[in-house]
Design a protein around this ligand. Sequence first.
Ligand SMILES: Nc1ncnc2c1ncn2[C@@H]1O[C@H](COP(=O)(O)OP(=O)(O)OP(=O)(O)O)[C@@H](O)[C@H]1O
Ligand SMILES: [Zn+2]
Ligand SMILES: [Zn+2]
Length: 802
Amino acid sequence: MQTVQVIVDVPTMQTNRPYTYLVPERLTNQVEAGMRVIVPFGRGHREVQGFVVATGQTESAYQGALKELTALMDLTPVLNPEMLALSKWLADHTYAFWISCLYTMLPNLLKAKTKRLVRVIDEFDPQLQQSLFGEAATLDLAQVQTDPAAMHELVKLKRAGKVQIEYAVEDQARAKQVTALQATLDFEVYEELLATVPKNAKAQQRLLVYLQGLGEQKVPLKAARQQTGLSLATFRLGEQRGWLKKSLVEQLRTPMRQTKGADRPVTLNAEQTAAVTAIQAGIQAPTAPTFLLKGVTGSGKTEVYLRAMAAALANGQTALMLVPEIALTPQMVQRVRGRFGQQVAILHSGLSNGERYDEWRRIQRQEVQVVVGTRSAIFAPLPKLGLIVIDEEHENSYKQEDAPRYHAREVAKWRAQYHHAAVVLGSATPSLESYARAKTGNYHLLTLTHRVNQQPLPPVTVVDMRQEPRQGGESNFSRALLAAVQARLAKGEQSILLLNRRGFSSFMMCRDCGYVLKCPNCDISLTLHLATQNMKCHYCGFEAPIPQRCPHCASRQIRYYGTGTEKVEAELKHRLPAARVIRMDVDTTRRKGQHAKLLQAFGQHQADILLGTQMIAKGLDFPNVTLVGVLNADTGLDLPDFRAGERTFDLLAQVSGRAGRADKAGQVFIQTYNPDNYVIQLAQAGNYEAFFGAEMQLRKQAQYPPYFYTVRLMVAHPEEKAAAKVIHQLARRLQGHLAPETVVLGPTPRAIARIKNQYYYQIVIKYRHDPALHQLLTELQHEIQRDRQLHFAIDPDPQYFM
Ligand SMILES: Nc1ncnc2c1ncn2[C@@H]1O[C@H](COP(=O)(O)OP(=O)(O)OP(=O)(O)O)[C@@H](O)[C@H]1O
Ligand SMILES: [Zn+2]
Ligand SMILES: [Zn+2]
């Protein structure tokens, strides 16, 4: 008898393995790996959802001990064999539940307990249709999924293309339907009709010729009208006479469709050509090479990606491209769309569930060859992958902070192995990990050493803010920077001003007693929001009114520390009243599409200054921008995190690269209170190599990546004592089981010890080579004494240590 291995939706350590179920007779050979099922589970035979991860056979002798699966939820697999294999690896590699990994790979619509409707899309045996659907056009799958006979028929109908599945949720997520028409008669019949319809009935003649040429295809009515120029009345007449029939077809929602015309390939320069040639060879080779494309800002990396993707397509393969945040890189999306048109699907978190599901289906149905998306797009079920590009590979957003805690780079390498595809990691400032690997020959290094416009990188001036006069209160602007902005205004050129807000916010402090207004739930200070006139917690969303007096000593001497973008904008308006400013931060870009709109306005020179946070630092390519100013380079430098220097260097290099990208020369100002800091100095020199050398030295001494790997154990509990107890148990358990070189940091409370009323403790393990560690950690997961309120997580290669 057929059996299936099922991963059940019961995310606990004890149930984190496949369970065997018998397949009811009627469903034999209908159930495939990758389909979802309902199975009885546990003592109470509670019905739970699960994924079939494998199918098999069993000797009849053992059958008695096995339970039967209750229902089949899908008519075709939602996960293909590659994704199933990947989910297993992911679970193991990230210490996550297998079930969480399976869900991670699917669009939200397939995660929730969504209503599934079967819709008839083509004619079939009327008796069968009557018995399954009655008079209705759709059928709720939940009502028949426990009926093996009905499911048996539906799976067959689905395979024959007679029915389709729709997932209905409250928001407009049901697939959008449009009216389409289809020819009903044979070629010869139209021939005869053409001879009988009066010659002066031009419209009817034209309709007949059109229908004759259609063959079997269904054309949306709107498109048919555009193609023929005929009126609705003519089509209606055609329908009345039986020349055509109308039906509903599904129209997929396609986000960000508007492109500014086709994007034409430029002539590559020598370095670009060498890079494309190497990648192309990598795509064709039966191996899975990883390339590191290190190119200074404005060196034309994007063009290399596009050519390499075209090479994969020309090879009959598909291409996947990851970008840090789609909303932040509308220019990139437009260029890919411009080059590959309808062959592209876009996947990112800004899409509605419906849009995301539609894009995912276009991929699954193999209607697209190119996918562009953020981190989770790495799971796009593209078949025949030839190339995976990760742009700005050093960005932290490629690591997921919640379970499963995967890094898209690692998943990319896994998929590349599976498909013998090439991976291209691109950056002007590669992560130390990647550049170290390129140096040792693990990755193939490709370099673009100069800008496409043949200009040098813009000169960088470091401004020592300690030397600025203080009279009339502190200013966000040095005299030099203000003069430079003024000069751009006079010339009609544009400026970008960056306010570095990393690890930093405008908080309230009492000048008399030093009291800082903090969130009652979390251990962090509340942030001032001028727009909404209140104080907010960025971790849990807690809000409070702006205090007039100190809650502690009732003093009125309250000050707001830190510089918010709003405050800078106000100062700009005051100092340069003529300047038109666009402010870009979380507040002005919260609404969907707002980010792209603001950038577009800036691109059309509707403003002179773009003032913003980190989100304006990368990817922007505006020819009229000749000045970049960094208002506060230091914030973030002193954060308790070994990557603080690297992040600051990356940010300064990225934002400096926004100036002087076309024919006009650029200039950069960096304002700082630490002009002697090596990070600031090497960023000024634009010397990545020197920064890499200096930083590697520090990492070696302190035993951090890339010399050591890290893994973090985290415990959270609403009671501080309980959290502390468990973390100390864990620490004791590690003793004596680690390699001699392995280092254990902690246990310590996390820098922000309390978030959402949970207390956090952590241990960081640093190791070079510790073959037993993975097994040990896997065992710990099973051993740990859990009460219901305890959260325990293992985070491999954490990106933040606070
Ligand atoms: N071979 C070429 N000839 C002419 N123009 C080119 C060429 N390659 C790229 N460009 C143009 O140069 C500009 C900069 O290229 P691109 O945006 O790809 O640089 P980048 O390396 O990705 O920069 P960044 O890392 O700063 O985002 C773009 O406007 C692009 O169209
Ligand atoms: Zn809070
Ligand atoms: Zn006070």
